[in-house]
Design a binder for this molecule. Structure first.
Ligand code: DC
Length: 224
């Protein structure tokens, strides 16, 4: 049996979607596409150019006009791919706390979502892709052959994000990360357009109780 050609993985921040998605894509020889990087890139560009984040019209124009390039990793520093915009490598810039603080607001703008979802759909429909995000199974690619919703408690996800930052040598405080995580969950799941929720036909997995390898093995078993 052929593996599903379009695999959608949705879920809240730091639930393990990217780790699972990258492993699955490598195993199947598929493209790995983390759609969150596009929202992050638009947010970073706005901050860099001094575009006001609350200005919805300006943010929409930015999302419509900006070219974000996603390429295979050029460096072995833990990245899954290179994110390029404004003639520079912004792979790690888009993970900075300033971006984290504003990206949920940016991703709630319907015009921004429309522009970025169209690009994501175009890439996803080519098939042989593992696409990761919040609304892939519900809005971007409802035709996906396999939909996974990866969940985990806010405490566990904050612990993982804290660990990641410390390992990259950055300053971090667990309590601050946890409250930011809860705030983002709230915005992502209550926004009017494409809120975070599992598709009715998604397989729901809770990664609090499963290691990354266990989640991967469970999905691979399902595929095979
Ligand atoms: O997965 P992430 O933390 O990199 O996502 C960054 C933000 O983008 C997050 O606030 C939710 C939003 N996002 C979205 O709304 N839809 C997607 N398909 C992917 C991300």
């Amino acid at each position: 049996m052929l593996p599903p050609s379009i695999i959608a993985i949705d879920g809240p921040a730091a639930s393990g979607k990217s780790t699972l998605g990258k492993k699955l894509a490598d195993e199947l020889g598929y493209l790995f596409f983390d759609t969150g990087v596009m929202y992050r890139a638009v947010t970073w560009i706005a901050l860099n150019r001094g575009v006001l984040i609350p200005d919805e019209a300006a943010m929409t124009a930015l999302a419509e006009d900006t070219e974000i390039d996603i390429r295979p990793p050029s460096q072995d520093d833990g990245r899954n791919c290179d994110i390029l915009a404004e003639d520079q490598d912004i792979t790690w810039e888009i993970r900075r706390p300033e971006v984290e603080a504003h990206v949920s607001q940016v991703s709630a703008y319907p015009g921004v979502r429309k522009a970025l979802s169209a690009q994501q759909r175009r890439i996803g429909r080519r098939g042989r892709v593992v696409m990761v995000g919040r609304d892939i199974g519900t809005v971007v690619l409802p035709e996906a052959n396999l939909k996974i919703y990866l969940d985990a408690s806010a405490e566990e996800r904050a612990r993982r994000r804290y660990q990641e930052l410390i390992e990259r040598g950055e300053q971090a405080g667990y309590d601050k990360i946890l409250s930011a995580m809860r705030r983002r969950d709230q915005i992502d799941s209550t926004r009017a357009v494409a809120p975070l929720r599992p598709a009715p036909d998604a397989i729901i997995l809770d990664s609090d109780r499963l290691s990354a390898d266990q989640v991967f093995d469970a999905i691979l078993d399902m595929i095979r």
